[in-house]
Write a protein that binds this ligand. Structure first.
Ligand SMILES: Nc1ncnc2c1ncn2[C@@H]1O[C@H](COP(=O)(O)OP(=O)(O)OP(=O)(O)O)[C@@H](O)[C@H]1O
Ligand SMILES: Nc1ncnc2c1ncn2[C@@H]1O[C@H](COP(=O)(O)OP(=O)(O)OP(=O)(O)O)[C@@H](O)[C@H]1O
Ligand SMILES: [Mg+2]
Ligand SMILES: [Mg+2]
Lengths: 257, 257
């Protein structure tokens, strides 16, 4: 039965979308069936895999959430055998306003995707850099949350706010929600700052932090402009190796649960 | 009479807060009286200037917006003669939900700060990485919007969404809103990608894009952990020089309006 995991951090630009695409790809290469859901109106996950907004007009997560289309009609194959994409475009940003006053507004995404679990091993949901209704919906649709943390000063500040929001969701909306893991990203070996941030995270969350660390790598920032995961765009580089290690570590932690 | 400018881009991690602090500081060194308003519940602007959330509890932008305190009681002096800070903490994130159903909810910030204009030459408002109620409030409180754009692939995608939102705000809520300028940030001279993104931005927005470009610089990412603007933390480095050039160019564009 598929496990649903939200990738979230309200701090912007920390590597949420990059981790979704590349962890998803590495797991698909290890034979797992993976669905990526683009839950951010910026739709970077869709464009990072080469899907342009004009190609999917009227056939996105938004149409599923408003019951206009079924998921089966919207889900796209990718160029990679075990990986599928449920795309989005900027229409999704209007949805939060449309449903703001509706009852059970926090659970729309959960009910929209519950029938998909049986078809995949893992379903990852990308979230926008905020703790608004889209992110809360993604939390309620997920079993756990994977938190990328950029190895920079501001990134430390936001962790307590994010964990507080997760606790509130767990207490009030979704009791089984838990932390999947913390991933250190954009680690720059040239700077003291990266080490200081990494040490601080490990002091507080040692058992929950992946030993695989994603280095800052220009190739990783170039890959989305080619619409490819790093494991395809620059297979032998540091970026690809680090996400490959993460994929293996992520899987090994599943059985230990 | 002070000019109010929002610094905004819904794409996360593009250098909004970094530009607010450092452009503000450079203008203060040129003799302008500058107020920085932390309009993001992440409160990175406050912590980037060394102000910790516990020190300002009960005395932030939130208390002004709910009419519990006057701005004069909340505004802090900084270590720099011509620069002041109106701080925030995570309480601000609850405000958007509290006021979601109130009439004139888009104008609360505008009325809260209108009496401050006479005391400053420039007032800059930091915004969160979203186009929600906080950002709309900041737009309605401002004359113009300064848009930092990171020289990376995903950053290009979001510009049209941001400009569309600005147009809607201009048509429906605030007719005098205009684009202050576009700032290219985190330009990495080692990569083709930076040049491609910069060229694309210049093709579409040549007259509105500052010729001053902010390079990617480790010192810039270290400065906030010391609570200092880059012009103080690493005065002779590339980061400080680029924001100093921006300060001068920003001022020269004011008179040309
Ligand atoms: N390890 C890395 N090294 C260098 N660049 C990276 C790395 N990971 C991501 N990037 C780049 O940094 C930027 C931010 O990453 P990404 O968009 O994945 O973050 P995000 O958290 O999804 O952002 P948002 O908050 O806007 O959704 C992107 O331009 C991406 O290509
Ligand atoms: N020119 C630069 N070179 C290197 N690092 C930078 C530069 N500008 C900003 N940074 C760092 O990049 C990260 C993102 O910058 P910043 O927090 O200012 O962006 P933001 O747009 O305000 O993010 P958010 O969307 O979360 O509000 C921070 O860790 C910051 O220190
Ligand atoms: Mg993203
Ligand atoms: Mg910011």
């Amino acid at each position: 039965m598929g496990k649903v995991i939200a990738i979230s951090n309200q701090k912007g630009g920390v590597g949420k979308t990059t981790t979704l695409i590349n962890l998803g790809y590495e797991l698909s290469k290890l034979g797992k069936k993976v669905l990526l859901i683009d839950g951010d109106p910026q739709a970077n996950c869709s464009s990072g895999l080469g899907v342009q907004s004009a190609d999917i007009s009227g056939s996105t997560l938004y149409e599923i959430l408003i019951n206009k289309k079924t998921a089966a009609k919207v889900i796209l194959e990718t160029a990679y055998p075990n990986m599928w994409l449920l795309p989005s475009n900027s229409n999704l940003s209007g949805w939060q306003v449309e449903i703001a006053a509706m009852p059970k507004r926090e659970y729309f995404m959960a009910s929209a995707i519950k029938n998909l679990k049986a078809q995949y091993d893992f379903i990852f949901i990308d979230t926008p850099p905020s703790l608004g209704l889209l992110t809360i919906n993604a939390f309620n649709a997920s079993e756990s949350v994977l938190i990328p943390i950029q190895c920079e000063y501001y990134a430390l500040e936001g962790i307590s706010q994010l964990l507080k929001t997760m606790r509130l969701v767990k207490e009030r909306l979704h009791p089984s929600l838990h932390l999947e893991g913390i991933l250190l990203t954009m680690y720059d070996i040239r700077t003291k700052l990266s080490k200081e941030v990494a040490d601080a995270v490990l002091r507080n969350f040692k058992h929950k932090t992946y030993t695989s660390i994603i280095p800052r790598s220009v190739k990783l920032s170039e890959a989305p402009s080619h619409g490819k995961p790093i494991g395809v765009y620059d297979e032998t580089g540091l970026g690809a190796k680090s996400y490959k290690l993460l994929g293996a570590e992520f899987l090994s932690r599943q059985s230990v649960a």
